[in-house]
Design a protein around this ligand. Sequence first.
Ligand code: PEP
Ligand code: MN
Length: 337
Amino acid sequence: MIVVIKKDQEKKQVQNLISWVEKLGLKVHLSEGENTTIIGLVGDTSKVDIDLIRTLDIVESVTRVQEPYKNANRKFHPADSIIDVNSCKFGGNHFQIIAGPCSIESEKQVIEVAMACKKAGATLLRGGAFKPRTSPYSFQGMGVDGLKLLKKAKAETGLPIVTEIMSEEHIDDFEGVDVMQVGARNMQNFDLLKRLGKLKTPILLKRGIAATIEEWLMSAEYIMSEGNPNVILCERGIRTYETYTRNTLDLSAIPVLKERTHLPVIVDPSHALGISRFVKPMSLASVGAGADGLMIEVHNDPAHALCDGAQSLRPEQFEDVVTSLRAMLPAVGKELN
Ligand code: PEP
Ligand code: MN
């Protein structure tokens, strides 16, 4: 339910209303914009007498929200959410480029790639330590040792780091990680989502392999309803009948999400297409569609990468993508960092 407050009302009266609905056992999502104050009510709103609220002097209007996602709903929070990761802002007119290897393989590899990504213009560094592989016989990632190397690369470059968490049992090892990624395969690992909701660390929530946009937003809702508002959505391709690409990049999800949610949306063209030469055109297309950032896999020796070499750009190819992005961003009113 959404309660729109009339302009220039006394804060105390707004607070009285909030306390009253909280006593009914509802959670309140307050959005104070320049012109409008909106109180979003989350929970079992059947207990609320909608007509009674309508008659209050300070209330402009009351409407029931049909969508099952509330905290993530743009109706609750009309302005874009801006999520600050060590001064790298996601959302609004900001644009971020997360780059780095699929997996952390050695100290030399991750530091070399991190330096090259920074030089080329990346604003955050990625690297997987815990890898969700289809086969149990494939490289599973370096685990905790990999996390240590990624933190070393952060110290060397100053770039904030993004890495995937697969299980809540590792949360303590993620101290010092700036963005925790929930991968496509874990988008509906509800216990993990609820646990991450207890943190304040920004969560990069990838779209599930066969998830609808609404299912994806409901997963964001799991994190947000536990108290963590810092969710960044990442479109990474969905499974379709197409076989010429690894997945099908659903660029239409971007404008649809922008209408329905205030959360930032980024695109991972590397996992979406699975082929390095298609990363540049789809990166530019993502900007055109309104993305707030990109996540791109970069490796110094893709031919020998332990994971996802075919979709990884060499540093000079990545630099070429960034050059084109820089030229394009002003046209859509966005700024790199
Ligand atoms: C990744 O980013 O390393 C990854 C495994 O991505 P996804 O979950 O989108 O497959
Ligand atoms: Mn990968």
